[in-house]
Each structure stands twice: as C-alpha cells, then as structure tokens.
Design a protein around this ligand. Structure first.
Ligand SMILES: [Zn+2]
Ligand SMILES: [Zn+2]
Length: 143
C-alpha cells in the first residue's frame, strides 16, 4: 500500500470518516494531476458520481485538509494538500486559468528570515502570484 493511500486513510479515520468508493475515486483522480477546476473534475468523473456528491466530497476533503483550494481571481482549482505533495507555491493566469507550481529555496529562506526579524514563529504561509501567462500576455497585446 502506498504512503499516499496510507495518508488518505489516516486523515479520513482521524476525522471519523470511512473510505467510500466515491471518496477513493476522487482521491485517485486528484493524484498525478495538475490542479483541477470543479468543472474539470466533474468531467473526469463522468457519470460515475453525480455532481452534487463531487462537490460534497471535495468540501469534506477541504475541511479535513486532503485537498487545498488555489484561488484564481473569483474562480478556484483544487489540488492535493501538502500531506501528499511537497511544499510549493503557484503562478496562476487570470485569463486561461493556467496554474504553474513554483518552488524556490530563496523564497522559503526569505520567508523564515522575515518571520525571524519579527520574532515570529511561523507555522505556515501562502504565496500565490496571479497575473497573465506568456501566451495570454501576447493575446492581450493583440486585443
Ligand atoms: Zn494564460
Ligand atoms: Zn513556501
């Protein structure tokens, strides 16, 4: 059994939740995936799970820290939380909703330094950069 699967089961158990076939299927779909919008997710699921259940399960996943939400303007995408993937941040395109993961040691050490300077004990942080990807910048210049 993979660590992924163990973590998943542990988080569910800790929260008094059982492993249902639907929860397992959604969790499997989120693995090895770029962040997905709810539309993309429901499309991937097809008719296997009805839309309302997908939303309900993802809400449960969010509450229990299995997934996290990446905001893109008013919209958002879902990805597995840091219980499953290494710490990282995102560049998100407000036009095409592209999400690019970024991981820079410089950023991490600068954040600890900032906390240190302020005698602050950091627990977690979020750094999300929103803007326009290269392709959308080009399109905007034409328009
Ligand atoms: Zn774009
Ligand atoms: Zn970081």
């Amino acid at each position: 059994m993979s660590t992924f699967q163990d973590n998943f089961i542990n988080i569910l158990k800790t929260n008094g939740l059982s492993i249902t076939r639907q929860r397992q299927l959604l969790f499997d779909l989120l693995q090895d995936q770029d962040p997905l919008s709810m539309n993309e997710l429901t499309e991937l699921v097809g008719t296997t799970i009805d839309r309302a259940s997908v939303y309900r399960i993802i809400a449960t996943f969010e509450e229990t820290g299995i997934v996290r939400r990446i905001s893109i303007g008013w919209k958002f995408k879902i990805e597995l939380s840091e219980a499953f993937v290494a710490h990282h941040h995102h560049l998100t395109c407000l036009s095409c909703q592209l999400v690019v993961p970024i991981n820079q040691e410089k950023l991490e050490s600068f954040i600890s330094e900032l906390a240190d300077i302020n005698n602050f004990q950091p627990i977690q942080h979020q750094v999300e950069i929103q803007g326009y990807c290269q392709r959308c910048q080009a399109n905007r210049n034409i328009a």
